[in-house]
Design a protein around this ligand. Structure first.
Ligand code: SF4
Length: 241
């Protein structure tokens, strides 16, 4: 019986994909985003152990709700591709139940491995944290090369995906970078929409609890007006937000 480490679950999620969703937040993440609001997901062994059967029992109970709302199951994290075999099996089992499946990933995963997963995924929610390679490295601790390769993969495979981009004032809201991201996304055929998410600092206390230094203290969430302006910028490139 396959076991995995999970951080938590949300039974009636509305933010991670279409409709009402059962969201499994997997434990473990290879990134170290400065704005992470769940640093308690980072270390694999600190998660709770769960089996596929336990999760499926709960998922199947909610199936009528998910299906009535055109929702389904989203596997998020942390980084769900880190516990690759567990996530893959969970996705397979969800598809056997006829459920809509989504994976919320930073794209920091080997392209060929991720390709194996796509057969069981209806929608990929891909977080592009920064289009600029150097700034991405600085913001997350890793390169964005793999993430951008995942965009190519999805285009080649005809895989439906949404891109998510967190707007962090001073880090990811720089005009030049936003235009660059818009130019990168503008001709993508299988990109269904871009979700622009405002930075919030609600997870700051977790950094303190874990004894970690939060570098974004004092950074304020972007205003509604600024978010609207950024949405307009992308729409002007013909990108659906
Ligand atoms: S990818 Fe997500 S969970 Fe991982 S560090 Fe970044 S924000 Fe946190």
């Amino acid at each position: 019986m396959r076991e995995g480490y999970i951080h938590s679950i949300e039974t009636l999620g509305t933010r991670d994909g279409p409709g009402i969703r059962f969201v499994v937040f997997m434990q473990g993440c290879p990134l170290r985003c400065k704005y992470c609001h769940n640093p308690d997901t980072w270390r694999l062994q600190e998660g709770k152990k769960a089996t596929i059967d336990e999760l499926m029992e709960r998922i199947v109970k909610g199936k009528p709700y998910f299906q009535r709302s055109n929702g389904g199951v989203t596997i998020s994290g942390g980084e769900p591709t880190l516990q690759f075999d567990f996530t893959l099996e969970l996705l397979k089992r969800c598809k056997e139940e006829g459920l809509h499946t989504a994976v919320d990933t930073s794209g920091y995963v080997d392209r060929d491995k991720f390709k194996e997963m796509l057969e069981y995924v209806d929608l990929v929610l891909l977080d592009i944290k920064q289009i600029d390679a150097g700034k991405h490295q600085e913001l997350t601790g890793v390169s964005n090369e793999r993430t951008l390769a995942i965009v190519d993969l999805m285009e080649e495979e005809g895989q439906a995906y949404w891109v998510r981009h967190v707007i962090v004032p001073g880090y990811t809201d720089i005009e030049e970078d936003l235009h660059r991201l818009a130019r990168f996304l503008q001709d993508k055929k299988y990109l269904e929409r871009l979700e622009l998410l405002p930075y919030h600092n609600l997870g700051e206390y977790k950094w303190q609890e874990l004894g970690l230094k939060y570098e974004l203290t004092g950074v304020k969430p972007p205003s509604k007006e600024r978010m609207k302006e950024i949405e307009r910028l992308f729409r002007d490139y013909g990108i659906k937000t």
